[in-house]
Design a protein around this ligand. Structure first.
Ligand code: GDP
Ligand code: MN
Length: 347
């Protein structure tokens, strides 16, 4: 019994470590794509908003700081019945700066993907870039860098690597683990996790997959997976960084995120995907859907094993004093709560 508990716990911790060590080898590979400096396709930036009045001007300023030919840039704010004057603020911003900005309004809120699909109908760019209002691009060359990678016809989608907004320590260590995986998966073929801070897609591919998926929450990641399933690269290159402002209700936000990832992987497993993408997709699906549950299984088995098992369980709890371990356990809890919550709301 205690052996079973120990084996379950070992399997739980070994799987992500093994994947990380394995994926790191992909980092040494060449990209196999040819980015081209000075490639400036027409771009439509879409900012979806729901009650973002405190952030929308800073977000538009952020975009205005980008070094990109203005005649090749279309900027759309698509708002879904905000009650805090977000679209009015966006319009005022555009008037004051005499900047060409299109503000679309949905009469009611039907979710981000639904709003993105409305904006997509108005998009004139060859590339569509989605960026959330609560995000920041530190580098004025961000758009140029994204465009550079999209010069290669095999690349269908590009996202950024995430930098934690302030703070180092465990959050930074976790980001490091996470970013290494995104980059390694990108080099292998595609990463199944995209970021709302910057998700760039070829418009023709968005049209081909029927627009942004509205039946699940993970619109950015699942769109990337659908594009990868069509045989295109979906990548997070090493020179693209973005920042997300961490919201107030941290743990609720973490659970929502986890719900979206679970929805993405559950739906992705049903797709036919290129063989080069499958190791990545299956590993990530395992880590998000199955691996967390080995923990409570190990705990239950240990508790049923009598005193030696209780000692093992006590050790597992005592390790919570150690912060990286605590962070990891918290993530596993978010994934499990999210899986249960998905049973009654997709949000
Ligand atoms: P999270 O980062 O996944 O937790 O989601 P956020 O709450 O930050 O939302 C991402 C972006 O989508 C933000 O810019 C929101 O304002 C926007 N958003 C969320 N829901 C809706 C919606 O129903 N309609 C529109 N147009 N935008 C939305
Ligand atoms: Mn956000």
């Amino acid at each position: 019994m205690i052996e079973a508990a120990a084996a379950l716990a070992a399997a739980h911790f070994a799987a992500p470590l093994a994947y990380y060590l394995y994926a790191r080898r992909w980092l040494r590979r060449p990209w196999g794509v040819e980015p081209r400096e000075g490639h400036t396709p027409t771009i439509t930036i879409i900012i979806p908003t729901y009650n973002e009045a405190p952030l929308i001007e800073a977000k538009l300023d952020d975009i205005a700081r980008q070094d990109y030919p203005p005649d090749k840039l279309q900027i759309i704010v698509v708002d879904s019945a905000s009650t805090d004057g977000t679209p009015e603020k966006a319009e005022r911003w555009a008037r004051q700066r005499q900047a060409p900005l299109e503000v679309l309004r949905e009469p009611q809120r039907n979710g981000k993907a639904h709003a993105l699909n409305l904006a997509l109908k108005h998009a004139r760019g060859d590339i569509v870039v989605i960026t959330d209002a609560d995000s920041h691009w530190p580098d004025p060359q961000t758009l140029r860098k994204a465009a550079r990678w999209l010069a290669d016809p095999s690349v269908g989608a590009v996202t950024c690597l995430k930098r934690p907004a302030g703070g180092g320590g465990v959050e930074a260590a976790y980001r490091d683990y996470y970013n290494v995986l995104r980059l390694a998966e990108s080099k292998k073929w595609a990463t199944p996790i995209f970021h709302g801070e910057l998700a760039a897609f070829r418009k023709e591919l968005l049209e081909k997959i029927g627009g942004f998926p509205t039946h699940l929450g993970a619109d950015d990641s699942h769109t990337a997976v659908l594009i990868a399933a069509f045989g295109y690269r979906a990548i997070a290159p090493e020179d693209l960084h973005c920042v997300e402002l961490v919201p107030r209700q941290y743990w609720r936000w973490r659970i929502r995120r986890a719900q979206h990832l679970i929805q993405n992987f559950a739906a992705s497993l049903r797709l036919k995907t290129p063989s080069r993408f499958r190791p990545v997709l299956y590993a990530e699906a395992y880590l998000h859907l199955v691996n967390p549950w080995l923990l409570p299984a190990a705990l239950a088995t240990a508790l049923a094993a009598g005193p030696p098992g209780w000692a093992l369980a006590a050790l597992g709890l005592a390790l919570l004093a150690h912060k990286p371990y605590r962070t990891w356990i918290a993530m596993q809890m978010y994934l499990m709560i999210a899986a249960l919550r998905n049973l009654w709301t997709k949000e």
